[in-house]
Design a binder for this molecule. Sequence first.
Ligand code: SF4
Length: 200
Amino acid sequence: MGSGKTPLLLHACCGPCSLEPLRLLREEGFEPTICWTNPNIQPIEEHDLRLRTLQDWAREVAHVNVVVAGDDRAAWERAAAPHGFDREARCRACYALRLAEACRTARELGFDHIATTLVVSPYQLFDVCHDVLAALAPAYGLTPVWRDFRDWYPRATTRSRELGMYRQNYCGCRFSAAEAAIERHEARDARKARKASGHA
Ligand code: SF4
């Protein structure tokens, strides 16, 4: 702080999704600090791997501070898991839990602005996430910095590969792992069917 830039707490879901928001928010005149609060990531080994990936990149490449906030996994089970495969309801509850903790942390640390990397991935529910942050931030006396980063997702994919970062193939919870596996199987079956019909 004291750089003439506007301090901002940037909730980060993982390292690869942080690359472009950090760069773009800095270009806009913000000075982001990253906040980790992702009790949705299962199993715990996967959670720890994503956190480590983020911290290594933040320290060695991006030179940005990472605050590790609360990771209440029991609260996630109570709030999000009961929605099961009702994806919209489950993700809404999941966003709300994580973004509320990020907002609480922002207030505690004296930030006025908050943003999230959740909206980089086109696989996230953009409008649902927007509604959640737009409702939560003012309740904590914060200004939400909402940007559509989705156009930068391909660049984030390329850059994270170049940096050798660990890249997960599901969002985080056990339901998303099952949903992603089903989608991969369906895509594989469709490829096989096209090949068999001579349209490969
Ligand atoms: S799919 Fe992702 S955002 Fe939705 S509940 Fe699971 S971990 Fe949370």
